[in-house]
Design a protein around this ligand. Structure first.
Ligand code: C5P
Length: 331
């Protein structure tokens, strides 16, 4: 049962990440009249939707009894303020991370940002080993390094794609520091959330309500700080259209799926799933949307396709099995 949930949640994550990237890309290229939606408000709406969906899931787990739902929310959230407060840590770090990524994207070209951000595959593994005492063998580290390099190469820009606008060394340094800090915060927040999920009794949906609660508060602070004036002039939902709602729903779904993946699989497997979706969305945008894809991508798809079976094989390999001579293996 839990193996099924593990692969189901990983499969949905690949689907969700791929469709989110493609929808966001499509929504950005679409020419619209009037003001564009504010991404700071979209973050808050996504948190609210996530909380509502989690409440529905808790309601279903309480055998669809409103009284039981009320009791669970009271007992597990209101009456356990210290347990609830624990989630302010990953939530605060995720908020910081989202802002750091914004700083990174303003100071680096998109390709450098994407390539450097892949380092989070290794920081996640490092935090999983140090905080959760996970054991990774040599071949597993090797497969993570190959995965990280493979995804980085798929995103490598071609000369023509490089930003023509000159970025100063100082601003490149700020961008690089921001993205490197985000790699560590991503690894730490994910593993911290996994530790809370796996070492305490509260259900994953209750934990997500707590996370979303703090996320909503931090998000509202973001709206006030960045877009307070625009919101008071044109309203909270300015520029929202059907596509905005699809992006927001996909983002909220992403939060739910990531939580399920962390619960039933782990953060390292989450890295495998998101890497797969990076490759998928690049391929789809090239073949279906006739999008511009760096020439290096076309070359690299040919050259790195052998990594696809190699990485899982290495990951599953036990060092002694690979080192043992064939003749010594039982027939
Ligand atoms: O890049 P990374 O994988 O660390 O991004 C994780 C994202 O997932 C963050 O933006 C965070 O807000 C979101 N998340 C969520 N619900 C969870 C865990 C993560 O919305 N339970």
């Amino acid at each position: 049962m839990s193996t099924n949930l593990k692969y189901l949640s990983l499969g949905i994550l690949v689907f969700q990440t791929t469709s989110l990237v493609l929808t966001m890309r499509y929504s950005r290229t679409l020419k619209e009249e009037g003001p564009r939606y504010l991404s700071s408000t979209a973050v808050v709406v996504a948190e609210l939707l996530k909380i509502m969906a989690c409440i529905l899931l808790v309601y279903k787990d309480s055998k669809c009894s409103l009284r039981a739902l009320n009791r669970v929310l009271h007992d597990e959230i209101l009456n356990k303020p210290m347990e609830t407060l624990k989630l302010a840590i990953p939530s605060g770090i995720y908020t910081l991370q989202n802002n750091l990524l914004y700083v990174a994207l303003s100071n680096l070209d998109a390709a450098t940002y994407q390539v450097t951000y892949q380092l989070k595959i290794l920081t996640t593994a490092l935090f999983s080993v140090s905080m959760l005492s996970k054991k990774l063998g040599v071949y597993q580290w090797l497969s993570l390094v190959i995965l990280m390099t493979g995804v980085a190469f798929v995103q490598w820009p071609s000369d023509s794609q490089l930003d023509s606008k000159e970025l100063s060394a100082g601003s490149q340094f700020v961008g690089l520091m921001a993205v490197l800090t985000a790699c560590f915060s991503s690894g730490f927040a994910g593993v911290y959330f996994e530790k809370i999920l796996k070492e305490t009794k509260q259900s994953v949906w209750i934990r997500n309500i707590q996370l979303g609660f703090f996320g909503g508060i931090f998000g509202l602070m973001g709206v006030y700080i960045y877009d307070g004036e625009l919101v008071s002039k044109n309203g909270f939902f300015q520029g929202y259209n059907q596509l905005t709602w699809i992006v927001v729903v996909l983002q909220a779904l992403g939060g739910l799926v990531i939580a399920a993946v962390i619960k039933y699989a782990d953060n390292i497997l989450k890295g495998f799933a998101t890497s797969l979706s990076i490759i998928l969305s690049t391929l789809i945008s090239y073949f279906w949307l006739q999008d511009f894809v760096p020439t290096s991508m076309k070359d690299w798809v040919g050259q790195v396709q052998w990594l696809i079976p190699l990485i899982p094989t290495l990951w599953e390999a036990k060092a002694e099995e690979l080192l043992e001579p064939m003749s010594l293996r039982p027939a």
